[in-house]
Design a protein around this ligand. Structure first.
Ligand code: NAD
Ligand code: G6P
Ligand code: MN
Length: 441
């Protein structure tokens, strides 16, 4: 069985710990030759890296493991590059959320003004990073899930039009499928979804039982209206995620045709969400007080003890597992199904060809093969055309350094939806993002 070399960009991310453990748990199905962590923040990454040394020494001693801030050392010889950077870090995420909320608009990592602000930062750093990768690893598969994935995907499509080995992915559709499996009491891998949308803005039209072909969506709808909706790993989730999944019940009452991605709550109830989120303690604050603290405390404890002790178990990490499964599909030409972000080209028949859409694809060594969903209803189409326009205008703003394009994106956005508000929040975000955004003229 061929072994592969993987680099993780954003080695100091709060998600890296889960990846390190998952690479150990999944070493039979996706055997690694070499694993490299790359980050621009040495201090942050060193803590995760030192934990990794102890973990692999005890559990995977034949693995070559390196952590570095040098691009050549990071990328040379890589087969896969997993990208999970956060341009500006969690403190800038907090600003993306706090500033719009303080003005009465949704502040969120990937949606609304906050998402567009993060988009402009992320595109700057992601384009630079992909050029660096291509210098040293021209044939590596780049698996990107750095957010906001929709805007990043659109910008990478334009900057690297002939590069067929860049794949953009999000785990949320699969997370929703996993939640359905919890409701139904079945293994999530027996569920065969049909899904369409943009990243963080899509719907399941069917969820088939893979063995019988029965569409389980009617049953899932009944179960949601009786029991509500929980993430598969609800016991490990923070309160805000439980609220988010809870909103699926409301969404299904108001728009019963399809099962929504959880991020629909921001697009369909922007005023309700803006008035119910706390502008002084948002998801970024919850992450910094929770996941970030937990991850770095665990690493430091292991480093101090010099041994893993009880800090390794069999509890799976859905996010890392999904990304590794995606790499595995490409590595071993599995041609199995994944929900991926790809150029539309008719997958959603009544949407423009050059939209980056999220649909079910078969995935193998030659990349994704999207499965067509046909024409979508006018309601969903209207919502998506509005949002894809925002995403494209933000990419225009980046490439043309255009204030006007950014203003148009902000004006169109459902979480702003007003020219005067758009200008006010855009100006505030320009100020907050000095040195991290292109200079908009
Ligand atoms: P984090 O801030 O803890 O980690 C990000 C790391 O990236 C930091 O260590 C930072 O120093 C590093 N970084 C920043 N700019 C960089 C650059 N130019 N090159 C290399 N490294 C850089 O953030 P997090 O909460 O762990 O999230 C990491 C990223 O993964 C975010 O973009 C998040 O949105 C994304 N994510 C996406 C999905 C998805 O399904 N699409 C799921 C989970 C996480
Ligand atoms: C989901 C989304 C991601 C998001 C992640 C973590 O998986 O699909 O895009 O980055 O959640 O969000 P959090 O708020 O926990 O950092
Ligand atoms: Mn996502």
């Amino acid at each position: 069985m061929r072994k592969f070399s993987v680099c993780i960009v954003g080695g100091g991310s709060t998600f890296t710990l889960g990846f390190l453990k998952s690479f150990v748990r999944m070493r039979e199905q996706f055997p690694l030759k070499k694993l490299v962590l790359f980050d621009i923040d040495k201090e942050r990454q060193d803590i995760i890296g030192k934990f990794g040394e102890i973990l692999f020494n005890e559990k995977f001693p034949e693995l070559e493991f390196v952590y570095t801030t040098d691009v050549k050392e990071a990328y040379e010889g890589m087969d896969f590059v997993f990208m999970q950077m956060r341009a500006g870090g969690l403190p800038m995420r907090a600003k993306d959320e706090h500033i719009p909320l303080s003005m009465g608009m949704v502040g969120q990592e990937t949606c609304g003004a906050g998402g567009m602000a993060y988009g402009l930062r992320s595109v700057v750093d992601m384009i630079k990073a992909v050029h660096d990768i291509r210098e040293f690893a021209p044939a590596a598969w780049i698996l990107n899930y750095s957010n906001p994935a929709a805007i990043v995907a659109e910008a990478l499509r334009r900057e690297f039009p002939n590069d067929k080995r860049i794949l953009n992915i999000c785990d949320q559709p699969e997370n929703v499928v996993r939640s359905c499996s919890r409701l139904l009491g079945v293994d999530w891998e027996t569920l065969d979804p049909v899904y369409f949308g943009l990243n963080h803005y899509g719907w399941f039209t069917h969820i088939y039982d893979i063995n019988t072909g029965e569409d389980l969506l009617p049953k899932i709808k009944d179960l949601i209206s009786q029991n509500g909706f929980l993430p598969q790993d609800a016991e490990q989730r923070d309160p805000s995620w439980l609220d988010t999944y809870g909103m699926v019940e409301t969404l299904m009452k108001d728009y019963p045709e399809f099962l929504p991605n959880t991020y629909n709550q921001y697009y369909l109830y922007p005023e309700y969400k803006a008035s119910h989120l706390n502008p002084d303690f948002t998801r970024a604050d919850e992450v910094m007080a929770g996941r970030e603290k937990r991850v770095f405390t665990e690493c430091k404890e292991v480093i101090a003890a010099g041994t893993l002790g009880d800090k390794f178990d069999d509890i799976s990490d859905a996010h890392a597992e999904m990304m590794i499964n995606v790499a595995e599909a490409i590595a071993y030409n599995k041609n199995n199904r994944h929900i991926l972000i790809v150029e539309n080209n008719g997958a959603i028949n009544n949407m423009q060809d050059d939209a980056m859409v999220e649909v079910v694809c078969e995935l193998g060594t030659n990349g994704p093969r999207p499965m067509r969903v046909g024409n979508i209803p006018q309601f969903n189409l209207g919502l998506l055309v509005n949002q894809v326009s925002c995403e494209k205008l933000i990419a225009d703003a980046y490439f043309e350094k255009s204030y006007q394009k950014a203003l148009e994106a902000f004006t169109l956005n459902r979480m702003i939806n007003d020219g005067k508000k758009a200008r006010k929040i855009l100006d505030a975000l320009i100020e907050a993002n000095k040195g991290m955004w292109p200079d908009l003229k």
